[in-house]
Design a protein around this ligand. Structure first.
Ligand code: KIV
Length: 273
């Protein structure tokens, strides 16, 4: 059965941590589902980690719809949340049209948007139309040129503002809030103040769940942000694998060398992957 926003709320009530990570395509979705993730975010971080862009700002709604659809097609149990990209939710009509595409064309279960303040009424409008919304406070990558890639809300005024925004998002109907690069004590205080789950990234241990970027978790790049923890060395293992193939071709051993790894099941159609 697919995880619902009610399931995530119940996990918060039980004090059961929510494990979330990003997914951008069929393999990351299938592997994360098999590994037991409760929710997957098709993050606009795909701009950097999939497309090699410097920021999330050039990510388009078409890109998000295509990647979100791939993740939805490739998983059954996790709740799929997709980011609304930069400038696709600056007013209510635009937000409704953008979010509508992610629900109707890609089949996601929820959307995420960045910021408090003016964004609260957008969240209220989307949720009033039956579209579940996840908030995102603290470091909001779509505003990177304005706020800088650093821990946010260190001062008292900004911390009070973040708390107010979190409460306003909840009142507007958001079902969860991502807290990115927020001091741990503030993230824990927000988590206690809210009845909806907080999902932290670089926000300490006091959140109801954690989210990390797929490429950081599996170790696909030589560098990762400071708050990321690498749980594997996928790039090293993939490079060794590809090297075996290249060497086998160049030595003439392949294709007559017989099975090298475990024997894969034969593919009959794309859906068999
Ligand atoms: O786009 C993304 O991957 C995100 C997470 C880092 C929360 O917004």
């Amino acid at each position: 059965m697919q995880t619902t926003i009610a399931d995530l709320a119940a996990m918060k009530s039980r004090g059961e941590p929510i494990a979330m990570l990003t997914a951008y395509d069929a393999p990351s979705a299938m592997i994360s589902e098999r590994a037991g993730a409760q929710a997957l975010l098709v993050g606009d971080s795909l701009g950097m980690v999939v497309y090699g862009l410097p920021t999330t700002l050039a990510v388009t709604l078409d890109m998000m719809v295509a990647h979100a659809a791939a993740v939805v097609r490739s998983s059954e149990r996790p709740l799929i949340v997709a980011d609304l990209p930069f400038l696709t939710y600056f007013d209510e009509a635009t937000a409704i049209a953008s979010a509508g595409r992610l629900f109707a064309e890609a089949g996601v279960g929820a959307v995420k948007l960045e910021g408090g303040g003016d964004m609260i009424r957008i969240v209220a409008r989307l949720t009033s139309l039956g579209m579940p919304v996840m908030g995102h406070l603290g470091y909001t990558p779509q505003s990177t040129h304005q706020i800088g890639l650093k821990v946010q809300a260190r001062g008292e005024t900004q911390a009070t503002q973040l708390m107010e925004d979190a409460l306003a998002l909840q009142a507007a109907g958001a079902f969860a809030v991502v807290l990115e690069l927020v001091p741990a004590a503030l993230a824990a205080a927000v988590t206690r103040a809210l009845s909806i789950p907080t999902i932290g990234i670089g926000a300490g241990t006091g959140c109801d769940g954690q989210i990390q970027v797929w490429h950081d978790v599996v170790g696909l790049y030589p560098t990762s942000p400071r708050h990321a923890t690498r749980f594997g060395e996928a790039a090293t293992s993939m490079e060794a694998t590809v090297r075996r193939y290249v060497d086998s071709v160049r030595s003439g051993a392949f294709p007559n060398c017989g099975p090298v790894g475990t024997k894969p099941k034969p593919v009959k159609s794309g859906a068999d992957y």
